[in-house]
Design a protein around this ligand. Structure first.
Ligand SMILES: C[S@@+](CC[C@H](N)C(=O)[O-])C[C@H]1O[C@@H](n2cnc3c(N)ncnc32)[C@H](O)[C@@H]1O
Length: 142
């Protein structure tokens, strides 16, 4: 059994998140931007296990959320599965990581969060993010 960080030393430490990837409707086409997330080395193929460090301090400057996700993880998922200008909906948006990543990547975003404190934190984080900032880096548009 995996334990959450800080739980008793009778369990393995929590070290992974599971991402579910689904598309709507039978035979519907889904977006998969393989080339944008894979290594530039044509001999390698990105695997289903992504090694991404936990949330760095600089991503926590606007306040605390107990299960905030790293921007690197959420950016990669959004780059892989959406196109510029798409709408991303996160029904459990917490500290707004998916909103920050969506804005940085030139996607639109709608989030829902039941705790006012976290919705405000998300608002501060999304407000401080630069629209299209990471997209320009990714596509080499300077
Ligand atoms: C796992 S956290 C999301 C963390 C987020 N990905 C981030 O990086 O901060 C789930 C969030 O969903 C919120 N939540 C739980 N039930 C909800 C509901 N019924 N409607 C809206 N938000 C809900 C919780 O308050 C919590 O902040």
């Amino acid at each position: 059994m995996l334990g959450k960080p800080g739980s008793a030393l009778s369990q393995l430490a929590w070290a992974h998140e599971t991402l579910l990837w689904a598309s709507k409707g039978r035979g519907s086409r889904h977006t998969f931007n393989y080339d944008l997330i894979n290594s530039r080395d044509p001999n390698t193929q990105i695997s289903s296990v992504w090694h991404i460090p936990s949330v760095p301090k600089r991503e926590k400057l606007h306040g605390y959320h107990p299960t905030q996700k790293p921007l690197r993880l959420v950016r990669r998922a959004i780059v892989a599965s959406t196109r510029e200008g798409d709408l991303v909906f996160d029904p459990f948006s917490g500290s707004g990581t998916s909103g920050v990543a969506s804005k940085e990547l030139g996607r639109f975003f709608v989030g829902a969060e039941k705790e006012g404190e976290y919705a405000e934190l998300a608002g501060r984080r999304i407000g401080a993010a630069v629209r299209g900032g990471v997209l320009r880096e990714l596509l080499g548009r300077g």
